[in-house]
Design a protein around this ligand. Structure first.
Ligand code: NDP
Length: 272
């Protein structure tokens, strides 16, 4: 699918802020009709009010972990727009606490939102993509979907799982349905402030690394270009990209590098 095409329907989850909001602006500007999903209806309305063409959007507020709502939501979109061309499965929450200090419910929530919510969405839309003979799932994973980091294990596990599922889906539905896995490094959003701590409460502060990350509009542009090229998987970011290479060729060295930077683990310093 090329940018600049009009009339196609893009369903973006996690569209009420950050990367999802920036992607909504990108695609709206280029004439796509949008379905915008997140939990906060008022925040989605603010996003729509800020768009150049607000009339081309459908707000569909829901918690992505309300799995039973997907069949009805797909019907709502098809009744409204008559088609779905691409889903950017972006909704997600992060994690900041050691495993030993984290309640089990936090791991479950991370899996329900980041992994099963994404799987449920794709599973519900798949019959429509198969009927149409085409479609594109864009899954916002993370570099934490390729290697791990202390204090984020619940998040890392949920993002790693996405790769197993969606690599399988890509092969099963080749060549009609495309799957693009996106692995951002640090992007300047509120993701670290919204990250869950050990007791399930949001952390409330933005990491400096996240603050200094790729500007969110630039991230949206990088993602949109990869989507238009039908890329299989992309990663982007700063120095953290080195971790991908180390994990692949020298995994023990990656562990050593991470452990040697313990003094910089921001969540650790703040909690002490
Ligand atoms: P934000 O916290 O700004 O955005 C997260 C979005 O997900 C919000 O729109 C939020 O909306 C939505 N969301 C969270 N939980 C749910 C839920 N249960 N049901 C529906 N929607 C939900 O952070 P980002 O924009 O940075 O995050 C977007 C994606 O990018 C995430 O998957 C994240 O893991 C990934 N990512 C981000 C990186 C970064 O550095 N920023 C790096 C790597 C990956 P609402 O609260 O209204 O429900």
């Amino acid at each position: 699918m090329k940018t600049g095409q009009t009339g196609k329907v893009m369903w973006i989850t996690g569209a009420s802020s950050g990367i999802g909001e920036a992607l909504a602006k990108w695609y709206n500007k280029r004439g796509w009709r949008l379905v915008l999903t997140a939990r906060r209806k008022d925040a989605l309305e603010d996003v729509v009010n800020g768009l150049e063409r607000p009339e081309n959007t459908l707000i569909l507020p829901m918690d992505v972990s309300e799995f039973e709502r997907y069949p009805e939501s797909v019907d709502t979109v098809l009744n409204h727009f008559g088609r779905i061309d691409c889903c950017i499965l972006n909704a997600g929450i992060s994690h900041r606490s050691y495993i030993r200090e984290t309640r089990f419910e936090v791991f479950k929530k991370l899996i329900d939102v980041n992994y099963l919510g994404t799987v449920a969405h794709a599973h519900a839309v798949l019959p429509e993509f198969r009927r149409a003979g085409s479609g594109h799932f864009v899954v916002i994973s993370s570099m934490m979907g390729k290697f791990s980091s202390p204090g984020r294990a619940g998040y890392c596990g949920s993002k790693h799982a996405l790769h197993g599922f969606f690599d399988g889906l890509r092969m099963e539905e080749y060549p009609n349905i495309k799957v693009t896995l996106v692995c951002p490094g640090f992007v300047s959003t509120s993701v670290s402030a919204n990250a869950l701590t050990g007791d399930g409460k949001p952390r409330g502060t933005v990491d400096r690394t996240t603050e200094k990350g790729v500007p969110v509009d630039k991230a949206a542009e990088i993602i949109a270009r990869a989507v238009s090229k039908g890329k299989r998987e992309i990663a982007f970011g700063g120095i953290e990209k080195t971790g991908l290479w180390l994990k692949r060729f020298f995994p023990s060295m990656l562990d050593k590098v991470v452990l040697s930077s313990k003094k910089n683990w921001e969540f650790d310093r703040e909690e002490k």
